[in-house]
Design a protein around this ligand. Structure first.
Ligand code: ADP
Ligand code: NI
Length: 215
């Protein structure tokens, strides 16, 4: 079995019952979207792109006491167990390290085309109809209110302050989701983002109109 198929099966099994927004369905979409975006990037290495997409959430810092190296470490261990060579492992690890959003005021540069594709694919899954569902699923998982007009959104300028954030879920739209379309790397992703972004803007406007029961 090749590394990609083996990794897809491993991750599908590992994330089957995950309900926080990092489920297999999310990872599968990121994998498919990264492949779709890669069509316009002939120079991208398909194996690095697909393995990194499949492994990008293997051990998210949010569920590992903020340990930002947990993901790359778990990916490395898995790929070593498959007998992958160290060069491939290092390239996948680097992509995983670069994927995550770390706060509105924190730059998240990518150093490879493969990281650009996986970061874009992951961000596209955080916006649009699915993105809205994932945000409220995550907020519910954390026991947060949907919205509180008294709590102002914050443009987190450090990863530490973004990690500590416990604001109502609607704030997350202003602190991240509505900005993602301007933080994409590839033209293909920007095209996909357009419709999803518009839908989210419409959604937030309706949400606020209904909030006071006067729409
Ligand atoms: P990324 O995929 O950029 O690494 P995360 O792993 O931080 O993003 O987030 C995973 C999912 O959970 C995304 O859909 C994201 O929007 C959502 N999420 C993260 N933090 C919050 C939050 N504070 N409130 C609501 N949803 C959140
Ligand atoms: Ni993800």
């Amino acid at each position: 079995m090749n590394f990609i198929t083996a990794t897809a099966q491993f991750i599908e099994q590992k994330f089957a019952d995950e309900g926080s927004g990092h489920d297999w369905a999310h990872i599968r979409r990121v994998w498919l979207m990264a492949r779709r975006l890669a069509v316009g990037a002939a120079e991208a290495d398909a194996e690095v792109t697909e393995l990194a997409a499949l492994l990008h959430d293997i051990a998210d810092w949010k569920f590992h006491d903020g340990d930002y190296e947990a993901g790359p470490r778990a990916a490395r261990e898995w790929l070593r167990s498959l007998g992958a060579d160290e060069t491939l492992i290092a390239r996948v690890e680097t992509v995983i390290r670069e994927v995550s959003f770390k706060g509105l005021g924190v730059a998240t540069p990518v150093t490879s085309i493969e990281a650009a594709l996986v970061q874009d694919a992951d961000r596209l899954d955080a916006i649009g109809a699915i993105g809205i569902a994932r945000a409220f699923a995550y907020g519910g998982h954390k026991g947060r209110p949907l919205h509180d007009p008294a709590v102002a959104p914050v443009a987190h300028d450090s990863f530490a302050s973004y990690q500590k954030n416990a604001a109502p879920t609607l704030n997350h739209f202003y602190e991240k989701l509505l900005h993602l379309k301007d933080r994409l790397n590839t033209e293909g992703a920007r095209q996909v983002a357009e419709e999803r972004h518009r839908f989210m803007e419409t959604y937030v406007a309706r949400f606020l109109a209904e909030w006071d029961g006067v729409d």
